[in-house]
Design a protein around this ligand. Structure first.
Ligand SMILES: Nc1nc2c(c(=O)[nH]1)N[C@H]1C(S)=C(S)[C@@H](COP(=O)(O)O)O[C@H]1N2
Ligand SMILES: [Mo]
Length: 150
């Protein structure tokens, strides 16, 4: 078993940063959250069903202001999602708030009933309403909430 920095580097987890406060959720803890499902059409034209947890729910647990009364400076916030290879995509916090939109954007941990294949998983962002897979960051590692106005 790995201990120390090596274990930290290899333990699969999602790091979230909200208002400068960082928290880490293990993949097993993420799997225990309420589940959501997203059916997508891949750029190869196949239908795939991803399952996981709403990004909005994860960010709410990390302290992000994604309630029904979201307004003011909270509406200026955006979320920077970073993958293992440095690939980076951005969402507005509002589009991730399930009280505001049915974007149904999830952090997926399964596809078509099985684990994500090597190179995609253990976690992948899925924005099922996007017409292209460009924001579906494979090997997601980090979500950072940034506010434009303080
Ligand atoms: N980590 C990571 N995720 C990524 C990319 C990438 O370069 N790195 N490319 C994106 C792009 S441009 C597309 S079109 C899709 C392709 O998804 P696929 O590998 O399932 O076909 O992954 C997206 N996710
Ligand atoms: Mo792409």
């Amino acid at each position: 078993m790995l201990v120390g920095p090596a274990a930290l580097a290899q333990a699969p987890a999602l790091t979230m940063s909200v208002a400068g406060k960082s928290s880490t959720m293990s993949v097993s803890a993420l799997k225990a959250q309420p589940r959501a499902r997203a059916e997508v059409r891949t750029e190869q034209g196949q239908t795939s069903v991803y399952e996981g947890v709403l990004v909005g729910d994860l960010l709410a647990r990390a302290g992000a202001p994604v309630g029904p009364g979201m307004r003011g400076t909270d509406i200026t916030a955006y979320v920077v999602a970073t993958a293992a290879d440095g690939y980076t995509v951005v969402f507005s916090l509002t589009e991730l708030n399930p009280h505001f939109t049915d974007s149904n954007i999830i952090v997926a941990d399964t596809v078509d009933g099985g684990p994500l294949p090597d190179g995609q998983g253990p976690l992948r962002l899925i924005a099922p309403k996007d017409k292209h897979g460009t924001r579906w960051a494979r090997q997601l590692q980090r979500l950072e909430v940034v506010s434009v106005k303080k």
